[in-house]
Ligand binder design. Structure first.
Ligand code: ADP
Length: 474
């Protein structure tokens, strides 16, 4: 239990950040302390050596003034006793390195340094020694060796060591504590994000993560998650609207069928009356079937099943065939329909779906164009950019500018009173879903009272494309 809790704590980001902070601070502190220690030690030693070298200079000038004899011995012994450096001593050697004289209590040192004539300092156990060759005028050369115990330096270094150990230990204790507190403070917004995200429910997506306005990574994370929540909420909202609208649209043909059946059952009727009622039922059933098919198509689009990437459709054939099919309808309402340009274009996609796109656009164009109006269709293949552009242009009633941005939404219909025939408001949404799934785009330009132009751009199949340049009128 306790072990489990500890393991949970060890796994936290806070704990790991604390460890990193402690590690980095400890390494930096260790390096800094070692550098300072070395620097202070060198400085103390240099000062110590400098004092000994100054003393050598003084002894040399005494030798220059007095010959080596009792007076000099006395003076140097007094100096040795009163010197501020503990264990200070002088030894004088002749040029052959034989000891001539030494102050009282001078240690007996046998060392290679003796054979060097340069001014140099050396550590000899607890002693620091300097030595120099001196040639007094018109007298034989003397080697002056001078030294002292290093106790004062060692004491200073010991004190420095203690201070450093205390400083290091305090930093080692404080680093994890401060690191843990700082990490907790830095990660507090993350805890809010986790708590708020845990509270979110699919049915209640109105809560958003707090943005503190600092612009740091955690604010960016909150903004990103909020953006994602906005998109999910919008998606859920439109799905709910879609279901509600679909139910609503399904209800009217069902109600019509039910009422026709009820009228038929109400009393005995003539065969002609039954026939008329059955025709109504058949009409409503086909409307219902049509609606269900459209809804299924949109559902397929939502499920990402409209891609049809492994199939190829001959778009020019579909356009020609659809225009021919709508020719009679157009003629019956006094609208002229013609193909202005028809390039050969094969596009990746399913025949059935592409037919839906072309037919929806033609159907709308004829539906919303008054008699004596015209519908122009053109299909242009841009081989260099591998793009096929289909334009369906009419001289119809046009679409008000305020409706244009919503025209491809599901169930969206411009003022229903304009509708000459009943519509579901799904045709353009289906076109949009299919074209998007095929990697293309669809857009509309429209001037109210003058007409509309729907443009579909689709990527072409990479195979050979030729321009037939044909034009046809239906
Ligand atoms: P429906 O399937 O009911 O025709 P659409 O999604 O195809 O619905 O069209 C949505 C709305 O866009 C229609 O209600 C209509 O008002 C408007 N619209 C579509 N095409 C045209 C057009 N060529 N001219 C004018 N209005 C159009």
């Amino acid at each position: 239990m306790l072990f489990g809790r500890l393991r949970d704590v060890f796994q936290t980001l806070r704990f790991r950040l604390m460890l990193w902070v402690t590690l980095v601070v400890s390494l930096i502190t260790l390096a800094a302390l070692l550098t300072v220690h070395q620097f202070v030690y060198n400085t103390l030693l240099n000062e110590f050596d400098q004092r000994l070298k100054d003393d050598i200079g003084e002894v040399a000038s005494s030798i220059r003034q007095n010959p080596i004899g009792p007076d000099l011995h006395h003076a140097l012994n007094v100096k040795a006793r009163n010197h501020s450096l503990r264990g200070w001593f002088v030894q004088l050697y002749d040029a052959d390195h034989n000891l001539i004289w030494a102050t009282d209590d001078a240690p007996n040192i046998k060392h290679a340094l003796l054979y060097s004539d340069r001014l140099m300092a050396l550590e000899e156990g607890p002693l620091r020694i300097v030595q120099s060759r001196f040639e007094p005028p018109s007298r034989p050369a003397v080697i002056i060796r001078l030294g002292s115990t290093m106790e004062s330096v060692i004491e200073d270094i010991d004190l420095l060591n203690w201070i450093m150990i205390l400083a290091g230990a305090s930093i080692l204790i404080l680093a994890p504590v401060v690191g843990y507190l700082l990490a907790g403070r830095a990660l507090r917004p993350l805890a809010w994000i986790i708590a708020t995200t845990a509270r979110l429910q699919p049915k209640k997506l109105d809560e958003r993560l707090p943005v503190r306005g600092t612009g740091d990574e955690l604010d960016q994370l909150s903004r990103t998650i909020n953006g994602m929540l906005d998109r999910i909420a919008a998606h859920l909202g439109s799905s709910n609207d879609f279901i509600a609208n679909a139910a609503h649209e399904l209800r009217s043909p069902l109600a019509a069928i039910r009422s026709s059946v009820e009228v038929a059952l109400d009393r005995l009727r003539t065969p002609d009356e039954y026939a008329a009622l059955l025709v109504d039922v058949a009409d409503e059933t086909s409307r219902l079937g049509n609606l269900v098919n459209r809804l299924l198509l949109l559902a397929e689009g939502d499920a990402g099943r409209l891609e049809g990437a492994d199939q190829t459709a001959q778009l020019d054939g579909i356009v020609r065939e659809s225009v021919e099919m709508f020719g009679a309808v157009a003629e019956s309402v006094g609208v002229e329909i013609e193909i202005a340009q028809l390039d050969r274009a094969s596009v990746p996609g399913d025949d059935f779906h592409l037919r839906q796109v072309v037919r929806n656009l033609l159907d709308n164009a004829i539906k919303f164009t008054p008699p004596e109006g015209r519908v122009h269709v053109s299909l242009q293949a841009d081989v260099s950019h591998e793009m096929a552009t289909l334009v369906v242009r009419d001289t119809g009633i046009g679409i008000p500018p305020e409706d244009l941005p919503r025209i491809f939404e599901r169930f969206y219909r411009v003022d229903k009173s304009r509708q000459r025939q009943s519509g579901t408001g799904l045709g353009l949404a289906i076109c949009h879903a299919i074209v998007n799934a095929l990697g293309g785009s669809i857009h509309v330009e429209s001037v109210q009272g003058k007409g509309s132009a729907f443009t579909v751009v689709l990527p072409m199949q990479r195979s050979v494309e030729g321009k037939s340049g044909s034009s046809a009128a239906a």
